[in-house]
Design a protein around this ligand. Sequence first.
Ligand code: CA
Length: 357
Amino acid sequence: MKPTSKLLVALLLVAFTAMPALAQKTIRWKLAMTWPSTLTPLASPPIKLAKMVEEMSGGKFLIKVEGKEKHKAPLGILDMVRGGQYQMGHSASYYWKGKDISLVFFTTVPFGMNAEEQYAWFYYDDGMKLMEKAYDKFKVLSFPGGNTGVQMGGWFRKEIKSLDDLKGLKMRIPGLAGEVFAKLGVNVTNIPAGELYTSLDRGTIDALEWVGPGMDIKMGFHKIAPYYYTGWHEPASEMQYLINKRAYAKLPPEYQEMLKVAMKATAADMFSENFADSANAWAKMKTDYPNIKVKTFPKPVLKAMKKATDDLLNGYAAKSPEFKEILDSQRAFMKKARAWTIISEYNYIKTCEELKN
Ligand code: CA
């Protein structure tokens, strides 16, 4: 065969191989987020995922991302994806604890795993399997969707020196951590994000927790509450992709694979974006507001928080076999993972810090 004929045959082969993809009609999906479209880094994963999937599919798989400013139902994402109004969602699993308390584990639990440990549990232990099982009753699939890493314990107007200082304290702190604080006498309230600054400024609340420096700096809490407590309650908050099962089943396998790859890539990307945001914001906060005092809760307070957390978790486990199965899995994996974290990351950082002296 002449070189030109060879080239023709090769071109024809390429054309035939590409034909099924070219013949594929354009698929249009919608994704609803709990967050406003501008709230990075939480809104970043779905926005980047839509772009990746569009490019990987040669413009044949299009996902329209809508923030809460559009659909006005930030806490209705699971229902909307289940009902099929949206094929996909981006939210956080612990928002559905009112529907099923077991779902908190797929975000984070107080004194639980850090992000590295938790991702290892998701992808290389039983995490994904248990999450699939837990979401099966809603006819949706759930995938990790980005992690905040360790969240800070929050901004306090006054220093917490003992357990007595928690009694009657008015604080915004959601989730299981809110239940823990309520057990310790804190008056736990839930206030919409837009009213938090004013509530703290006017003394309607004495303290609040949000995320970490990267997201906190935009809220301005550091200007009005000088005590910044270190974390215990959300050590690895994982965001969540939700997919309607019927819609997913109808996708060609190559598009299913594109979604899976893009979800995993954007989840990891948010972890890095949030880390960088926090490193930059913390450097700026410390310079602009040198009076910020970073504190760790006193040991008796932390011990009481830990005990209240264990009592709560064990209490739920006694009532729900599903909750118990996930709790047991996380505890068993964390035991091994933490032992490794301590001899690796923890010791490395400790060694570097000690060399400074
Ligand atoms: Ca938080």
